[in-house]
Design a protein around this ligand. Structure first.
Ligand code: PGA
Length: 256
């Protein structure tokens, strides 16, 4: 069955107490959501306490970043084993804030993705163009470059465990959203690249999420666009009611 995923990227928001309050409240509200996988990606400090609350529920916990080395003198970094030990099953890699604020190049992101897969963490791999790239008609080139770097040499088995998030950089945290058509075009391009490298079945079943100013008011329109399997949500995921109502909208559209 095709996966539908709604993931919360809290970025650098929420203390431990705020995170655990959210997780507690969420457990009361998600009981009737069955077909959608929910994933919370809190800051590192909240991973373990949030997992302790959610471990007996269907809600998964993911990290927002990871380093590729196993251990050693890498001040400020965190390893795959540490994330696993805190209950994580997912890790966001290649988020545009990592790419553009912290200048992470494609090669670094690729190393992290490979190590996450080896460690049995499912990577949520973000791709997307900047506004100047869209305006210069380079959207497809940028997505292709990020795709190629991500999947170079990757086995079919590993590719099957990846989740992709198409997040146009100009839509993140700006209140601007891609139109359903712009999102559908990007998702179709990614699926064509997957079908060329692997096969159509893998391309069609890979969960490809949209991210960029998703909120309850635009989720319905976006989820009905072709090829959108859910969302990676920043700002709106910080508020339980908004996060839950977006998940409910995705669930209602499951068999589109
Ligand atoms: P946003 O962030 O929903 O606040 O635009 C999305 C993201 O960065 O993943």
């Amino acid at each position: 069955m095709k996966e539908a995923i709604v993931a919360a990227n809290w970025k650098m928001n929420k203390t431990v107490a705020e995170s655990t309050d959210f997780a507690q409240n969420l457990t009361k509200k998600i009981l009737k959501l069955t077909g959608v996988e929910l994933i919370l990606c809190p800051p590192f400090t909240s991973l373990f306490p949030v997992w302790e609350i959610l471990k007996n529920t269907a809600v998964g916990v993911g990290a927002q970043n990871m380093f590729f080395e196993e251990s050693g003198a890498f001040t400020g970094e965190i390893s795959a084993a540490m994330l696993l030990s805190a209950g994580c099953r997912y890790v966001i890699l290649g988020h545009s804030e990592r790419r553009h604020v912290f200048h992470e190049p494609d090669e670094l992101i690729k190393k992290k993705i490979d190590v996450a897969l080896q460690a049995n963490l499912r990577p949520i791999i973000c791709v997307g163009e900047k506004i100047e790239e869209r305006n210069a008609n380079q959207t497809a080139d940028v997505i292709r470059r990020q795709y190629e770097s991500t999947f170079a040499g990757m086995s079919m088995e590993d590719a099957r465990r990846c989740i992709i998030a198409y997040e146009p950089v100009w839509a993140i945290g700006t209140g601007l959203t891609a139109t359903p058509q712009q999102a559908a075009e990007a998702h179709a391009l990614i699926r064509d690249l997957l079908a060329d490298q692997y096969d159509r079945a893998l391309a069609d079943t890979m969960p490809i999420l949209y991210g960029g100013s998703v909120k309850p008011a635009n989720a319905q329109e976006l989820i009905t666009a072709k090829g959108i399997d859910g969302f990676l949500i920043g700002g709106a995921s910080l508020v339980e009611d908004k996060f839950v109502s977006i998940a409910e909208i995705v669930e209602k559209n499951l068999e589109k």
